[in-house]
Design a protein around this ligand. Structure first.
Ligand SMILES: Cc1ncc(COP(=O)(O)O)c(C=O)c1O
Length: 461
């Protein structure tokens, strides 16, 4: 008997215990501190022990209580970075996805999994206003941006056969770091990322973009793509997507939208994303604003042929013998990944369970919560709102304090344990930042942000 084999009954006991732990955790979530009271030394002591040579059996699960205790909970008052809140129906589906252990390579490896992923991709593309776009689920927005820019490179400055050449990519100075990483990884050269200045609303300045494109043309520099932001991480600014599409079209450049943070808000507020359908490719993150548990990103594109040109490189063993278009479908021909987990199951079950309208309403609530926080900040003269709030990221500071004071203030707010916020740099100044992509947040939780800022300010010198 293989020592790894467990009986279905043993498995059932394990799942019941995990279900109990998870349910109790969700029950206590609202009362938990937004960050656990724990030090690095403690986590080292608890989790960095030697590998057990002998199995502990069911007792192995005892340590899960420490994992729960020393995790940063998906609290209703977690507003840091851009991180979705982990919808539990989707989480339950993730367990089943691992049991099924389908490989999302091609239909023949997972008939249901592949079909469900294609369905989910189509649902989301249609819901955000990009009907007809196809694509695949990824590990996150960084992967999706890298794959989108790989397609851009192959379309405009092919590199797959003979290697990469320097290639210019334009993006606003507020663009997420994943674009800089992608440009480096793709061999286009980070010095060729032209960071275009932004206007007072933190959107790419179109005149500056046109000027930069013109200068590169005249200098004989080869350009590849323009990356528009569909919600910048710092402030949620959405670039003028129609304007950028026009420049891209005029100069035969690829138009990629980094929508990892914001584009799913098109479900609730499509008018903010005019021009989204003009993109050649776009990234978005269901693990951010569709509240899905990590990980789940999505790359969409309008021309699957270019995805195949970029990513197909099949050995004989992967060649499909099918002729039926459904049965012959292979994600690996359009993706950097070969083995892929069944990410679509959680999204599919979560949307089936709640319905798309519930997600629309939840996103609208996040947008409203951000407006409420902005208004509360405006009403209090001790606080200063540092940027407009087009989506759900709000940046502010303690007016009378310098950057160092505001950094101490942030630390104190987190130490107090009621809300978790993060920081940003806005026009060179240190900002406190709250981002609402959390289906558990209530209006009282939003008010807690201001209450905690004020309380913490009284405790910081
Ligand atoms: C605008 C933007 N793009 C890309 C990313 C990267 O996404 P991921 O963390 O899923 O790789 C983020 C993450 O916050 C983001 O805000």
């Amino acid at each position: 008997m293989n020592p790894l084999v467990i009986s279905p009954e043993q498995f059932h006991d394990i799942v019941l215990e995990i279900a109990e732990l998870s349910t109790d955790y969700l029950r206590r979530l609202d009362a938990m501190p937004a960050f656990p009271n724990v030090t690095g030394q403690q986590t080292q002591e608890i989790f960095s022990g030697p590998v057990p040579e002998e199995g502990l059996g069911p007792e192995a699960l005892d340590a899960l209580q420490h994992v729960l205790a020393f995790s940063r909970p998906p609290s209703p008052r977690f507003y840091g970075y851009v991180l979705g809140s982990g919808e539990p129906v989707a989480a339950a589906a993730d367990l089943l996805a691992s049991i099924l252990n389908q490989n999302g390579t091609a239909w023949r490896s997972g008939p249901a999994a592949i079909t469900i992923e294609r369905t989910v991709v189509n649902w989301i593309a249609t819901a955000i206003g990009c009907k007809g776009f196809t694509g695949s689920l990824t590990g996150g927005g960084s992967s999706a941006n890298t794959m989108g820019l790989a397609m851009a490179r192959e379309a405009k400055l092919p590199a797959n056969d003979d290697g990469a050449q320097p290639g210019i990519v334009y993006a606003s100075s507020e663009v997420h770091m994943s674009t800089g990483k992608a440009v480096a990884l793709l061999g286009l050269g980070r010095n060729n990322l032209r960071l275009i200045p932004v206007n007072s609303r933190f959107q790419m300045d179109l005149d500056a973009l046109k000027k930069a494109v013109g200068e590169d043309r005249r200098a004989g520099n080869k350009a590849v793509a323009i990356v528009g932001s569909g919600g910048t991480t710092n402030t949620g600014a959405i670039d003028d997507l129609v304007g950028i599409a026009q420049v891209a079209h005029e100069h035969d450049l690829w138009f990629h939208i980094d929508g990892a943070y914001g584009v799913l808000a098109a479900l609730a507020a499509p008018e903010k994303f005019r021009g989204i359908e003009l993109a050649d490719s776009l990234s978005l993150d269901p693990h951010k604003w569709l509240y899905q548990p990590l990980d789940c990103g999505l790359l969409l594109y309008c021309d699957a042929e270019i995805a195949r040109k970029t990513f197909a490189y099949s050995g004989d063993y992967t060649k499909s013998l099918q002729t039926d278009p459904v049965e012959a479908y292979s994600f690996f021909e359009e993706s950097q990944e070969l083995s892929r987990r069944f990410r679509a199951l959680k999204v599919w079950l979560s949307i089936r369970y709640h319905g798309l309208e519930a997600f629309r309403k939840s996103i609208q609530r996040d947008l409203d919560h951000a407006q409420l926080l902005a208004e509360l900040i405006r009403q209090d003269s001790r606080l200063e709102l540092l940027a407009p709030v087009p989506l759900s990221a709000v940046c502010w500071r303690w007016r009378e304090g310098d950057d160092a004071f505001n950094a101490r203030l942030l630390k104190r707010v987190i130490q107090r344990g009621r809300v978790y916020i993060s920081n940003a740099t806005i026009n060179g100044r240190f900002a406190l930042r709250a981002c609402f992509v959390n289906h558990r947040t209530t209006e009282a939780d939003v008010r807690a942000v201001v209450e905690e800022t004020i309380a913490a300010a009284g405790e910081v010198s």
